[in-house]
Every structure is written in C-alpha cells, then in structure tokens.
Ligand binder design. Sequence first.
Ligand code: NOJ
Length: 561
Amino acid sequence: MEKLKKQWWKKAVVYEIYPKSFYDSDGDGLGDLRGIIRKLDYLEELGVNVLWLCPVYKSPMADNGYDVADYYQVDPSYGTNEDLEELIGEAGKRGIRIVMDMVVNHCSDEHEWFQRALKDPEGRYGKYFYIRKGADGGPPNNWRSVFGGSAWEPVPGTPYYYLHTFTKKQADLNWENRELREEIYKMMNWWMDRGVAGFRLDAITYLKKKDGLPSFAPDGEDGLVTCSYGSLNCEGIREILRELRDRTYGPRCALAVGEAPGVAPEDALEYISLEDGLFSMIFEFAEWEIALKGPDNFWYDERDWTQEDVKREIFNSHRAVGEKGWYGVFLENHDQSRSIDHYLPEEGRNYYGASMLAAVYMFRRGTPFLYQGEEIGMRGVRWPSIGDYDDCSSHNQYELARRKGLSHEEAMECIYKYSRDNARTPFQWEDAPNGGFTSGRPWLRVNENYTEINARGQRQDPDSLYHWYQKLIRLRLCSEYSDILTDGSFVPLYEDVRNLLAYERSYQGRRVQVFCNYQREECRIRTAEDLRLMADNYGDIRKEGDVLTLRAFEALIAEAE
Ligand code: NOJ
C-alpha cells in the first residue's frame, strides 16, 4: 500500500500537451495556458489523469521553448505564473496532475547566466557552460550538433567557443560545476513546492560529457562526428543522475520520466528499476528508432523495416527489464510523426488501424503516454515548400538531403515522413475556421483535414476513435482489470505468427490477453482459452471452437478464463 502511494504514477495515463498548438484563448494564434484550462473538461472526459506540458518557460522559442531563458517565469505568450498555478489547481479538482518539461542539459543563449558568461568567459558564469578556446584556427573539437553543423559556436570578439548539443541558441550547461547543480536543484524543488507533480526530463542522458572533450574520427562528409560519442550516456552519467534524483524528485515521490536516448535494453534496469531506479521510468524508444540509421538519424537514410521488427523491439525491451522495471510507453510525441502515418501500411490508415495501434501500447507494462490529437487520429501534413515548415530540424535535414544529391521533391518526401511539424499542427477541435484552434491566424498551418477529423465530431459519434480511447483508458485506470493491467506480468504470445502482436498480462491468477492483427489479411490462430470480451474494435469476438479469427487490423482485448 505504502509502495503504491509512492509509485502513484503506475496508475496513470499521461497526456502530452504541446501548448503552442493546443488551444488559443486570446486570438493571437498561439496556444496558451488559459486555453488548456478551458479544455480541462475535455481531458477529464477522455479520462487521462496526468498532463505533461512541453516547456512553457520564458524563451525566445528558437526550439519552441526547449531553449529556456528563465526557469522561474512562464513565457508571456503562454500567460503568467498565476495562470499556471490556476491550471494546477483546476486540473487538481478534476483528479489531473501536472508534469512539467525540465530542460537542464542546456539553456537559451538569452538566459542571464549565458549573457554573463559572454562578458567573462573564464569567470563564474563562464564555468556554468562549456566554453573553451578554439584549436588550430577552428572549434575545440569536431563534434556535430544534433541539429547540424559544428556543436561549437564562437563567442564573438574572443578566442572562445561554447558547446551546444542542439541549436546554437541552446548552450550546454556544465554539470561538472557544483554551483550550477545547486541552482538547478533549487529551481526544480521550487516548482514542486508550487504543486507540480513531476518532470519529463529532456535529453537527460546528455548531461555528462566525455572527459577532455576529445575529437573522434569523422563519420560524415562534413568532417565532423556525431556528438553522441562525447556527450551521450558517457561514463559518470549515472552518478550525476543519482544526485539529481536524490536532491529533487526522489524524496518527493514525484513522477520523473527520462527522455534518455542511448540507454541499451541491458542497462535499462539501472535507470528504471522499481526498487531504486534513477527515474520512475524512461521512454521506450526502440520501436521508433528502428526506422532511421546513420549516426545522427539522417532522414534520407531510412532502413527497411517491417511490423515484425517493431514487434521484436517491443518484446526485447520488455524482456530486458521484466517485472523489475517500468517504461513510459507511447507511439507519438511532439518530435515524431503521427502514428497512423508511420506505423500503418496505407490500407490500414483508418479507424481500424488507428484503434489497433492504441491497443499496441495502452496495456503494456509501463505508463502509457498519449500525445495531443492522437485520440482523434490526427495526421501529418505535406506542404510544398521547406519554407512552410517551422521546425528547425526539418530545415537542417532538408539541407542535408539536398547536399546528399536528392532533388527538391525527394528531399521533401523525407520531410513529409519525419518533420516534427507533422505532430505540431494545431489541435483540431471542430469543423470551424482553423479547426477551432484560434480566432486569429495560427502560428502554424492547420491540417486541412480538420473538416473530417476533429474532436467535436468524434465526441458526438459513439463509434469514434475518441470513444475507443476513452474506453481503453477506463479499462486501464478504473475497471476491475486495472490491477492486472498495471502490475500484471507481461508475456508475449504467438510471437512467431507474422503480423500478429499479442501479449498477456497476468496478476493474482487472472489473465488479460491483447491481440493486434497488424494487416489487411485475416489471421487465424488456435487457442483453447475461453475469451471474455473486454473491448474489440469490431465489437465482437469471432471464435469457433479453438479457432480465433482476427479481422483486418482488429484489436481484441479479452480476459482468458
Ligand atoms: C528533445 C525534445 O523533445 C526536442 O523537442 C528538443 O528539440 C530537444 N530535446 C532539445 O531540447
């Protein structure tokens, strides 16, 4: 019981909000906190009980808020600190907790710390960052930033450069510096004092850099090398993360979900053990990562992959941690394409496919994360010119593709597949101008399909994807099956049957089985179990004797008796 209280986040379904695109309450074309407050009833009706807000701190928005200029202030475009307090209070009345995005690998070059560092690179604030003298007339080493180009930017008028793993507007913070660490701990505790229930920790496995910041053999035609060799999951990272935990979210039993690229499944337990993990959970990224190769996930460098690869990755990562660990499971977020476009073949991009995908992750062992708009089946966009896109990584990837020799059309195909703007178009609330997102001019174009895909229409239709999500969330959080679906073990079923993803959750003698038929063709399997229907996207079970038939993109959730 005591443990359950401490690990309250096991009984959570998290809904990720990209505030800029959620709902605009004042007509300036940008989503805001009061917009979220107005939509709390919608979220309560859907049934989620935690909201993760992408960064709302003061920011010049070079990377839409992942470049924080003041950790203690809400950006005026989103509202005020009082609005945030009101959101926390109003959400609380509906049983919903608020988790903030915490971006502490880097801060904005407009943050006061960095401004002071520029004035005195060797001084107190200079030591908050990685500021080094250049070598041989160039930067201190040959690392490539995640968003392209050298990871070093000159400090004007000096022989110095500063390190930025992401854009040059995002200067890396120096976690070797005790004073910096203390500043961060103080700030995170300050937010928890204000009622924040936890954090999504951005790029958290980048905090430790390799001693000496060495160059490595180049891995690209630009003569640079992915910065991940020197900055991702480097030796010593765990000590830093342990201290971060012990000084902030750990003692308060807050939810801490790590965006932790680079953690191999065999190392995952140290990060997410339910006994003494560094976080409550980390995101289970494996199924997304199979699509892209190349050291920096070049979008033109796609791997051939099938649903069987996705299945293998899912089962492998769960096997690696078994019942000792806990993942954040998801298919969509603000950095990835819409799941319908990415995971389904053309013929499955409809209600059946989308509802099946929901069952692929909603009942896995871990906390499910939905991304705004996923519950109504929002889709990606195809805009003609790269100039139509806001996302900084889309611009970089377009340039890379063109330099590689791809034509404009070919390069744009990469953008259509992977642009982060696919997930960032404004939420489609209703069949009204701009999808009802704003009465003004939206900061990013609304997907034209809002006339067919919108929340109002789906709420009125009992057979919609929205209602399917609502049903699954209820099963997970507040039904007689909740304990099984939370604490039950996770065992793959029928692993060798092609295009079938099936698993069993079992707890105290009761078992729930989930079957997802990932294809247009019917799939027949033999099972001696009596299956008691919990949910099915076709509405019924087709079973004759021992033969269970799964129809095109069918999802069946049933208790095995
Ligand atoms: C990961 C975030 O999800 C992404 O949106 C951001 O660009 C990088 N971290 C840098 O903060």
